[in-house]
Design a protein around this ligand. Structure first.
Ligand SMILES: Nc1nc2c(ncn2[C@@H]2O[C@H](COP(=O)(O)OP(=O)(O)O)[C@@H](O)[C@H]2O)c(=O)[nH]1
Ligand SMILES: [Mg+2]
Length: 276
């Protein structure tokens, strides 16, 4: 089964801005990444988790402890118990240690992300490319400099950069991944097959409807002839016209008042002249 992974990587600093956006729409699985050498990035997990649940419901999440290679120098900065407790507390799919530097568990991580997307298959529009080809949107979240971009780079480009390059806003890459049917439970395969069938039916219907609607249009209507330049309005825009109308109205108003005043003065004059 071919899976095309769309990998979305966000800048950790922009958590608040990012969680307000639409980037969560259609996400099928998330890697929640922290740095095994920096406990503060692990403490952050709760905030990310809550935001994720709020925005994406119960999509599967893999907890990732990156920079496993540093362990041999600094030892275990975050206790195993604490990590396991977090996995249980939040019902995360699993925990995995990785090293983008040494390319440890990198391919496995993305394989698992593709796999859990299939396990949690919801057959949303856009996920099914073909009966044997699916497209999933994977998101990597976590604090700044935990190695999100490095993990994606290691997986897609098989390379690693020492120099820290800040991700600005959002980065996006795609990569194909083969998944063995044997790795999926029978029920999941059945569900996927059923979804594909329904999806095909639905697209057929949509096509038919489109054909019907297009069929209604007469052939003359379909041809747009006589393409002429549209008249360019003079400098008087709509706003200008509105202003003109208003000015005219006030002018008329002042004229009527002036007329009334003249008439009154005239009447007073006539009164004094003839009756006194
Ligand atoms: N030792 C070690 N350093 C890493 C690893 N992954 C990333 N880094 C380094 O950590 C820094 C931040 O990585 P980056 O991928 O940009 O983090 P992001 O902000 O989460 O995208 C960079 O200097 C990387 O070279 C790793 O597995 N081991
Ligand atoms: Mg980055």
């Amino acid at each position: 089964m071919k899976i095309t992974l769309s990998l979305w990587d966000i800048a950790g600093q922009e958590r608040f801005d990012f969680f307000k956006t639409d980037f969560f729409n259609g996400v099928t699985a998330v890697a929640l990444v922290f740095d095994l050498s920096r406990p503060d990035t692990f403490e952050n997990i709760d905030e990310y988790f809550n935001d994720l649940r709020e925005r994406s419901g119960n999509i599967p999440i893999i907890l990732v402890g990156n920079k496993n290679d540093l362990k041999k120098d600094i030892g275990e900065a975050i206790s195993r118990e604490k990590i396991i407790q977090k996995v249980n507390q939040y019902n995360l799919f699993e925990f995995m240690e990785t090293s983008a530097l040494e390319h440890k568990n990198v391919d496995k991580l993305f394989y698992r992300l593709a796999l859990i997307s299939l396990l949690d298959f919801r057959g949303r529009l856009g996920e099914i490319v073909d009966s044997n080809h699916f497209r999933f949107k994977i998101l990597l979240v976590g604090a700044a400099a935990v190695g999100k971009s490095s993990l994606i780079n290691a997986f897609v480009k098989k390379s690693f950069e020492e120099n820290y390059k800040l991700t600005v806003g959002l980065d996006f890459m795609t990569q194909d991944q083969e998944i063995q049917d044997d790795d999926l439970p029978k029920e999941t395969l059945e569900l996927i097959k059923k979804s594909v069938k329904e999806f095909k039916k639905l697209t057929k219907k949509l096509y038919k409807r489109e054909e019907l609607e297009i069929g209604k249009i007469s052939s003359e209507q379909k041809v747009i002839q006589n393409i002429e330049p549209e008249p360019i309005p003079k400098n008087d825009s709509i706003v200008g016209k509105e202003k003109d109308k208003k000015a005219k109205k006030t002018r008329r108003y002042y004229f009527i008042i002036l007329l009334i005043i003249i008439v009154i003065i005239l009447l007073i004059y006539v009164y004094f002249y003839f009756f006194r």
